[in-house]
Design a protein around this ligand. Sequence first.
Ligand code: C2E
Ligand code: MG
Ligand code: MG
Length: 745
Amino acid sequence: MTAHVPTPVGPPLRGDLFELLTRTASDFIARPTAQVGETIDRALEAIGELFDASRCYVFEIDEALDAATTTHEWCAPGVAAQRDSLQEIPLAMFPWWTAELRGGRAINLATLDDLPPGATAERALLEPRGVQSLLVLPVAWRGRLDGFVGIEHVRWPHRWTDEEVGVLRLIVTSFAQAFERRRLDATLQMANTVFQNAQEAIFVVDRDRRLVDVNPTFTAITGLARSELRGTPFTQLLSERHDAAFVAALWESVDAQGYWRGELWHRRRDGDVRLLRLTLSAVQGELRASPQYVGVFSDVTRLREQAERLEQMAYHDALTKLPNRVLLADRLQQALAQGRRTGRLLAVCYMDLDHFKPVNDTYGHDAGDRLLVEMARRLTAVLRAGDTVARLGGDEFVVLLPGLQSMAECEQLVERLLGCLQAPFAIGDGVQVTLTGSIGVRVVTSAGGDPEALLRDADQALYAAKEGGRGQAHYYDPALDQELVHRRDQIARISTGLQADEMALYYQPIVQLDSGAVFAVEALVRWDRRDLGLLPPSEWLSLIEDHELIGRVGAWALDAALAQGARWRAAGAPVAVHVNVSALELRDPGFVERVRGALARHPGFPADGLRLEVVEAATMQDVGTVAGVMEAVAAQGVQFALDDFGTGYGSLTYLRRLPARTIKVDRSFVGQMLDRPEDRAIVQGVLGLAQAFDRHAIAEGVETHAHARALLKLGCTMGQGYGIAPPMPVGEMDAWLQGRPFHRF
Ligand code: C2E
Ligand code: MG
Ligand code: MG
């Protein structure tokens, strides 16, 4: 144990110590915070020398790690530095030591015997290093412990007087204050860096709600320089779109809740209006001059525009900019809810242009598009606020008319919708077209309904409007419209059947009743519906009698019959072919070309081998046109036969006017002629007419030999019927024709 030699403390040391205190304090004040470390190093050296100590050092505490690290160290000449080995020492390892420092107390050990008995860890640390005396002072300021300063003697013991400890504590406290300043500086610097570099605009407002400071992004967004902004009332930045009430509510929220967050419009000096997303917060400032509010905003104009564009695309029709199907569904839901609430009526109107397709076909799609855009404009113009007009595609529009008080009001509005089509449409190049539209209306009471079903009902009503002659509105009528829809579905099924190649031609021979020579075969269409089997024309053809589809079926039959006729001819069976033609085809001047085209496609079949059968009744509507079409076709060498003759009440004048070389006596008369004298008389009469007008006669419905014999007796030499052969598919017909003589015309 080393003897305890008290170190003399005299006035010189005391004076030096006070001088060190003032020097250190003024150094800290005068120098930038970056040089705190140098001042500390100098102070440690001065303390060490003054007290003839071995080591003086600073440990700084890392709060997060709860550990202490030597950051500054001074060693007397010949004393080894320990800084490197004393890094990140956990405070928990030295509980007594730590508790003393946390309590703000100095650890003053004149010898290690001054250590309390419990401080075993501390002893274990100090003893092996030969520490004889030690003074440890907390580096603390305002209750915060930043670390501690240690002054060690290893060469001889030392006892510090209370006065020395007091002055040393002041010096060490100035370290703590310097650290605090350094921290504040760093925080400020960081805040400034954030302020200067933030991508968001930041501004500071004083208690008079005038701008105090703004960052560069603010300047960039607003186009206003920092210098001209100072003192500007914050609200001056807002666009005039915001009224005083908006501004008042904003400040009220800031003052009541501490912040306001939302979007607002800012008018730039260049007139450009930008949308800003702002958070304005109240801050606690002690001084009058200190900021009261801080605002952060970004310019979301582009984002908003993009969102709007996307929304526009998702919910609107690109061509007309009207709501699309998706948005319509939404609006329909709303309208139904409104109806439930108010008890008023809602009209769902399905609207469609009549004969729009020819506009597209004739003038091109651009012209069609222009028409649709104009149509959208007109519809929008006649609607009330709260109504919706949507485009579903093509020329289909749906209009929702909610809040109707009566049917009369509904009818009036629907009339207005139809009326907006009255003026001609300019579709470019000086071309104007006039069209009509049809509307199907489904009126919905406050009981509502399923949106999809309602639209379907309106669509059904639209179909009825079209069937009823177009250019008009039809109000949904469940039973009636159901039937129409059923018909529409059936027609659609026939159309798909035609496309799917489900149609077939059967052939039935027409023969010379006495010799049995084959005069011709009649092509009769069959629909081979996979699910229902073979359907004769009576089960479906009348459905499309007035539909353009009959023309497509007819064109197909003509083509198929000519192809087959050509094949027979090539196989040495020069048989004439009868093809049935519908009334609608006959009234269509385009039919002339269709026949010419079909003949041209089958050069292996001569025009004079083709006989077109026309139902007598069909010729009586629009005789002028029909006669013209028949003549033009006949001019190509094709012959005509008047089918079902005797059932059509045709006048003799017509018979004379029409270029039909053959008449077919209707099978109803022939079938009954053996039993009923009246029918026999009719047959006889028809045969007489044929003779008088120099036409051939063919009897239909020759069911037995008896019929054939009776007909021959009346002078009818040609017949067709089950008694001779039923209609047969091609294969059977081929076999039937084998070895038969042919009657040449
Ligand atoms: P249609 O032109 O008068 O054809 C004769 C019809 O009488 C055929 O009926 C045939 O099967 C039937 N028939 C033949 N022999 C007898 C018989 O001995 N007794 C009885 N009771 N009936 C007999 P199908 O094939 O059902 O055709 C019915 C009608 O459909 C045809 O009457 C014709 O007007 C029309 N049709 C057939 N194919 C076509 C076509 O391709 N186009 C057009 N537009 N109409 C067609
Ligand atoms: Mg026929
Ligand atoms: Mg017939």
